[in-house]
Design a protein around this ligand. Structure first.
Ligand code: F6R
Length: 368
């Protein structure tokens, strides 16, 4: 069942090209428009949406953070992203023009379920993004976009996360189509870019030997930092979460622009820092990230850069370079997270830990 792999997690990481492809399957109609089969909200309802609140926990929350960048850019609707466990207890402002999007791989997370019950009691429409057919959260939602990751057995979410990202992009494009904030051929263009992602993820998986070597090199460290900007920021948070969960290490993700507001004080000689470098198409982001890398390296950090191929501008300030395929900035999380998953899986393996059943964790958290 593990197909000869040591862990379900490793198998599931390697399955991601297929999981992404399956989650994209059958979404285009012959006329070229985007179609989501279980979108039970009609277009008029969706056109009335003035605010979106995304609620989720853990890794699913980080998928929601990426969704905010895409939805706001493509649809011009403001998006809040909130931890389900906080949302429920803060008296949020909800009405029938608010769309609540609940993201949950298992569909059973108690905090997220309580949050959608509350949202519906306030007359908000709820759309679920879920990987588990017939689970409670989609059953209690007005609409659902199913991801097609297949069963995820490793406790740490990997293919679940990538397919959640795909569902978020599909939702964003669908809303843009309905609201008319993108032309049909623009939606089509992004769909074509998305359809190239299974291949890009497969290409990223080829970095595994290099990433495993890094895991061996850094297996004795007790702390790691992850830096990103824009859509790379949630990826930094996700990379850190994977290391905490699996290797029981202190790992923190930061928005690179926040460094000088405090976190840079953590940097000391030899501290490994993963740096997610945005594609060069966004020069202002890219150059700022580069100066962030220079700042931490000047203070003794060991920098490991995730950079698109063809970009050698950070080579001189990086101790290691992992090359990513060239993809648009908003889609970069789909590839950038992959080496971080491989790294956490391998580092925990090096430490002799149980990757599929980390201590103190359960696959679905059905208590609040
Ligand atoms: C991280 C992880 C957890 C879950 C979180 C939400 O690897 O697995 O952080 O992402 O418990 O679970 P779902 O998506 O099932 O609601």
């Amino acid at each position: 069942e593990k197909d000869g792999h040591d862990w379900f997690m490793r198998k599931e990481i390697l399955e991601q090209p297929r999981a992404v492809a399956d989650s994209l399957l059958g979404r285009r109609t012959p006329s070229g428009s985007l179609h989501l089969d279980e979108m039970r909200l009609d277009d008029d309802e969706l056109r009335e949406v003035t605010k979106i609140i995304i609620i989720a926990a853990g890794t699913s929350f980080y998928a929601g953070m990426v969704a905010k960048y895409a939805i706001e850019h493509w649809c011009r609707i403001s998006v809040e992203v909130e931890l389900a466990s906080e949302f429920r207890y803060r008296d949020p402002i909800l009405d029938n023009s608010t769309l609540v999007v609940a993201i949950s791989q298992s569909g059973e997370t108690a905090d997220t379920l309580q949050a959608i019950r509350h949202a519906r009691s306030q007359r908000s429409k709820v759309l679920a993004i879920c990987n588990t057919n017939g689970s409670t959260i989609p059953r209690e939602s007005d609409a659902v976009i199913y991801t097609h990751a297949g069963p995820e057995i490793g406790v740490a979410s990997t293919k679940g996360y990538l397919t959640q990202l795909v569902a978020c992009y599909l939702l964003a494009l669908y809303l843009a189509q309905v609201k008319g904030t993108m032309y049909g051929d623009e939606v089509d263009g992004v769909m074509t870019q998305l359809e190239a992602m299974p291949e890009a993820v497969a290409q990223t998986l080829e970095t595994a030997p290099q990433v495993y070597e890094l895991a061996r090199e850094y297996a004795d460290r007790r702390a790691f930092l992850f830096l990103g900007r824009h859509a790379g920021y949630p990826v930094a948070l996700e990379g850190a979460l994977k290391l905490k969960e699996l290797a029981y290490l202190h790992a923190e993700g930061f928005a690179a622009g926040e460094l000088k507001h405090g976190p840079i004080a953590l940097v000391e000689e030899g501290l490994p820092i993963w740096c997610i470098v945005p594609p060069r198409g966004r020069d202002f982001l890219h150059d700022k990230m580069r100066s962030g890398i220079m700042e931490v390296r000047a203070r003794g950090a060991r920098t490991i850069a995730l950079v698109e191929e063809g970009d050698d501008s950070v080579d001189s300030v990086s101790d290691s370079i992992i090359r990513l395929p060239r993809v648009p900035v908003l889609l970069q999380p789909l590839v950038a997270v992959v080496p971080l998953q491989l790294f956490a899986c391998q580092l925990a393996t090096e430490l002799g830990l149980d990757v599929d059943q980390p201590r103190n964790l359960a696959k679905s958290v059905t208590v609040e």
